[in-house]
Write a new protein. Sequence first.
Length: 209
Amino acid sequence: MAWLRERYYLSSGVIRLLEPILRLALARTERESVDGVAIVNGKGKSSAEGFLRATREALSLIKSWDARRYHRVCQNLDYIVNVRMAPAGTYIHGLKLCLVDYEKHFATHDSEWNLRMYACTLIHEATHGLIERRSIPYYPENQERIERLCHLEEYGFIMRLDPVWADRYIGAFDAKRWKPYWGENSRDLATVIFRRFWDGLKACFKRIK
């Protein structure tokens, strides 16, 4: 566990060093904004319209059904950026940045499923932001507890909309689902974190005017 903590500090330090560069890229990138949350498409133009529309709809759904969790999203997500990556969502604390891969994870033939799961992902990542703001690091010994809490926030939101749907598609927390993304089972925790960050960096630079 000790070496994973060292990797965590290393990766976090590298990200902090690169934050000014990414901030510049984000500031000059074409984007929309909803209640202070910037929506940035880091992919090609063909994906822009669907991603932007879906993000507006997901934010509207959260706002309509759950004012408290919507406030959390707006408070902890300055940017929602669409990039190519493996997980559905990733949070970068220093930038209050949520990376998603919309087409890969939320563009099925079931429009209701897409909208609800996308909204859940935004709540999940915003909860990561809240936890980070309270100085609780994503250490190996904390990972399961943190992911469980984020999952419960997703579930709590969907229970307001449709309890049957919540139990069918969200359900109970399953640690097995998350272990491939955790340091013990990945090649290197720092590599995982930095790769996601670097994907977002490259995507934003491509979108600079």
